[in-house]
Design a protein around this ligand. Structure first.
Ligand SMILES: Cc1ncc(COP(=O)(O)O)c(C=O)c1O
Ligand SMILES: N[C@@H](CCCC[NH3+])C(=O)O
Length: 439
């Protein structure tokens, strides 16, 4: 056993320790400045599959799935497929439901073997193709986002289709404005404050072919605190009481969505899952008592929290110029910095160096000055072409948001566990890229 194995998160040659909040649970510092994940050398993995490449630690996903189950033992947990729409990931989340938003995500959930009753169909727009796919899958619940959609469902859905109403509870989750989905004035849901949500429930109850199953809200993504969830629980139980008082119906499901934050850089705090569970479940019980309602079945839809920290992206340095370290990927495999100003860290992998650290900007390969993957990253001053860089917290909304900008093929996804690497998604080839071009 090497010293690096005994002290797995401390480097031997002056490398920084691994911040345990950012790296998958099985990540270890290995000989020669290498990292291993799932018992697999990242240097060897990069050599075998090429770069950029996304690595997924199966143990980290399973660990997080177990933490969620422990924190919310009676809740139904639906993985927000949009965060990482990959069959092998859905399969590894055995027993979870799936939150899907399109015919494509429905097809994926079906192909992963998710039973229809555990498929929840979302989206502020559901095209006729999406609805057809939902009905064909016998999707257990469809979350209606407008009165128009309730009309469409009444006309088209199979008899007895269960429907949730998506509510805008007016709770500010203090996240990036593009990711805040429960405040007034954004496109999702029906306003609680204006009475539109209560009216929509009435409209739904008036459709003999549909079954009103409950209420849904989703505060947004990268929600740090737990107080927004408590407030949402309070308001949503209040609405359940209004539904009972006005319509004489007790709805039995309450879906509070997803949105739990993850840290992306050293020093950023982790989401307090246990505290959140205690407070949200306590609020639900208290508010239900106060309104003399039975506690509804809780549904949650985490995406990012389940998979973000399981992923690492490996890039090869192509050039170093001034303060820029340019790599062989970029906004086509991670548009989050360009979209939301998201900030990342990175680490040199595969060689020891005693060079002092200096802050650099990791630049992508695309034809935009804004294609920067990470800024102010302390890397050794001797970082050079050919080096391997690892970017942690790459598991959520990277593959999902990837594009073919500059006709660059999207990277493969490789699951690692017990010393073995398995291809979940292969690299996109030039043939793939040209297949749809029929001119
Ligand atoms: C309806 C719904 N549920 C769940 C999620 C998952 O969010 P997150 O990945 O932040 O947990 C989203 C995306 O924000 C969503 O739109
Ligand atoms: N795409 C966003 C999250 C969107 C959540 C989906 N409702 C991100 O990467 O942060």
């Amino acid at each position: 056993m090497t010293l690096a194995e005994v002290l797995p998160s401390v480097g031997l040659a002056g490398e920084p320790p691994l911040d345990p909040g950012l790296w998958p649970v099985t990540t270890r510092i290995a000989d020669g400045g290498d990292l291993t994940c799932g018992g697999v050398s990242l240097v060897r993995l990069a050599a075998r599959f090429g770069t950029p490449v996304q690595v997924f630690d199966e143990a980290e996903i399973r660990r997080r799935a177990a933490l969620l189950r422990t924190a919310f033992p009676d809740a139904e947990i639906a993985f927000a497929t949009k965060a990482l729409p990959v069959r092998g990931i859905l399969r590894r989340l055995d027993g979870f439901s799936a939150d899907v938003c399109s015919a494509g995500e429905i097809a994926l959930a079906r192909s992963a073997g998710v039973p229809g009753e555990r498929i929840l169909v979302h989206g502020n727009v559901k095209t006729p193709e999406d609805l057809k796919a939902a009905f064909a899958a016998h999707a257990g619940r469809i979350v209606a986002d407008s009165a128009d959609e309730i009309d469409q469902l009444a006309a088209l859905a199979p008899a007895g289709q269960r429907v949730l109403v998506r509510v805008t509870p007016g709770v500010d989750a203090h996240t990036h404005h593009a990711l805040a989905t429960a405040v007034e004035g954004q496109k999702f849901g029906l306003s609680l404050a204006s009475g539109a949500a209560l009216d929509a429930v009435g409209h739904l109850l008036a459709q003999p072919g549909l079954r009103a199953a409950g209420l849904h809200c989703h505060l947004g993504s990268q929600v740090r605190g737990t107080s927004a969830y408590e407030e949402a629980a309070r308001r949503m139980v209040g609405l359940l009481a209004q539904v009972r008082d006005r319509h004489g119906v007790t709805l039995d499901q309450l879906d509070l969505g997803g949105g739990f934050t993850v840290p992306y850089r050293p020093g950023e705090g982790a989401f307090d899952l246990t505290g959140a569970a205690r407070r949200v479940l306590g609020t639900l019980r208290r508010e239900c008592d106060r309104h003399r309602l039975p506690v509804p079945r809780l549904v949650l839809e985490p995406g990012r929290w389940l998979v973000a920290t399981a992923g690492i992206t490996l890039y090869r340095v192509a050039a170093v110029k001034g303060g820029f370290v340019a790599v062989d990927g970029g906004m086509s495999d991670n548009p989050r910095p360009a979209l939301y100003g998201a900030r990342y860290t990175a680490r040199l992998v595969g060689r020891h160096t005693k060079a002092p650290r200096r802050p650099v900007t990791i630049a992508g390969r695309h034809c935009e000055a804004g294609d920067l993957l990470a800024e102010d990253v302390p890397l050794p001053a001797d970082v050079r072409a050919g080096d391997l860089l690892a970017v942690p917290v790459s598991g959520a909304y990277h593959h999902a948001l990837a594009s073919n900008y500059n006709l660059v093929g999207r990277p493969p996804l490789i699951a690692v566990a017990d010393g073995a690497a398995r291809v979940l998604v292969r690299r996109e080839t030039e043939e793939d890229l040209l297949r749809r071009d029929l001119g």
